[in-house]
Design a protein around this ligand. Structure first.
Ligand SMILES: Cc1cc2nc3c(=O)[nH]c(=O)nc-3n(C[C@H](O)[C@H](O)[C@H](O)COP(=O)(O)OP(=O)(O)OC[C@H]3O[C@@H](n4cnc5c(N)ncnc54)[C@H](O)[C@@H]3O)c2cc1C
Length: 344
């Protein structure tokens, strides 16, 4: 039986698997999708994500990411335009996940959906459509998707995430934050031209483009000639923003990435948290740390970023003009950026 089985080859699962394999540990990485694909994500990568990628031997620029230098925030007829206080990139998830999965090498088994995991003696028994797999340890990296029998305890009311790639949008080096009635969207350039529109909202989505356009003059201007490159947006329900895994859990089952903490999307720190939690889980496993102790340590480490991101999300929802005014104040933007950093 493999010593470690990682379920889910997103950023968190790949980081864990790569770090364990490089330390000479036996690891199997199971991914349900037969090939890398787009997933609901704003595709914004900040310095923490870049630092973790470099530790894994990857570089955003070499993967074809577009550099971002400014953030624009629309609110009614007004707009704030801020220089980002750190380096940042736009990188489609298909490219990011593809590069991470390639780096995982022979540990990766694509096209394998794990249907359930139950404790068995000293380890775990996993059920897949093609039979059972036994493992000493399980690393749960299924992102927003709960594995049957392992729901996230005390998760807050879920939001909906939507993503749509667009043509007809002239974006260069800026990410735009576009609050609208009932939610907020991020718009940023795609490396080859066009833009990625990604939104988080509560309630029925309706016509995404029309709703975002109606939110501000900036959105109306940026999206005036936009048209979707896909038939319909990618959608994900059940995004429990603010969830944090309690400092507990059954022996031998380590939660990483969105299974351990779900940070408000607009901070652009979700992938960074996922990568760093994967690296931290691998370190904990190599040090012989039990799952509950790892969860307690990760809970402490992610507490500050989660608190500041939650506060900023609250201001954005309650008063977009106040958020934009605060965002336009350079030192404050730098403070919030510093407080939501997760790199050790
Ligand atoms: C609207 C929105 C916008 C966002 N914008 C940004 C942003 O701009 N920047 C940023 O850094 N973060 C952003 N995020 C957050 C980011 O997308 C997540 O935090 C990140 O993808 C979490 O990584 P993960 O590895 O935990 O999970 P995921 O990336 O979701 O990967 C999980 C993997 O597990 C696989 N899987 C699931 N179930 C099974 C199963 N049963 N068996 C086998 N495989 C399985 C899936 O196919 C997938 O490949 C955004 C999120 C939302 C909802």
């Amino acid at each position: 039986m493999p010593e470690n089985v990682v379920i889910g080859a997103g950023p968190a699962g790949c980081a864990t698997a790569i770090a364990l394999a490089r330390a000479g540990r036996e690891v199997l990485l199971l991914e349900r999708s037969p090939e890398p694909r787009e997933s609901v994500c704003g595709e914004f990568l900040g310095p923490d994500a870049a630092a973790a990628l470099r530790r894994l031997g990857l570089d955003p620029a070499r993967l074809g990411a577009a550099p971002l230098r400014r953030m624009r925030i629309g609110h009614g007829r007004r707009e704030a335009d801020v220089t980002l206080p750190f380096p940042a990139w736009a990188l489609p998830r298909r490219l990011l996940d593809g590069a991470l999965q390639e780096a995982a090498g022979p540990a990766l088994r694509r096209g394998t959906t794990v249907l359930g995991a139950v404790p068995m003696g000293e380890g775990w028994r996993l059920r897949t459509p093609s039979g059972e797999i036994q493992a000493r340890r399980v690393i749960l990296a299924t992102g927003k998707h709960a594995l049957r029998g392992h729901p996230r305890e005390g998760a807050p009311p879920p939001a909906i995430g939507l993503k749509l790639h667009l043509a007809g949008v002239a974006m260069t080096d800026a990410v735009a934050l576009l609050p609208f009635g009932g939610g907020y969207a991020g718009l940023q350039p795609l490396p080859g031209g066009g833009a990625n529109l990604c939104a988080a909202l509560h309630g029925p989505p309706g016509d995404l483009l029309a709703r975002v356009r109606a939110g501000s003059a900036l959105a109306e201007a940026l999206l005036r000639d936009a048209y979707p490159l896909w038939d319909r947006p990618l959608a994900i329900a059940g995004v429990p923003y603010g969830f944090r895994q309690p400092a507990s859990g059954p022996s031998g089952l380590y939660r990483v990435g969105d299974q351990a903490a779900v940070i408000p999307s607009f901070t652009g720190e979700g992938v960074a948290l996922a990568l760093h939690s994967g690296l931290a889980a691998a370190k904990a496993i190599l040090a012989g740390q039990e799952a509950a102790a790892f969860h307690a340590a990760w809970r402490r480490r992610s507490a500050g970023p989660m608190r500041w991101a939650g506060l900023a999300a609250h201001v954005l929802r309650a008063s977009p003009p106040a958020f934009a005014a605060l965002g336009a104040v350079g030192p404050l933007a730098r403070l919030v950026a510093a407080r939501t950093r997760v790199a050790a």
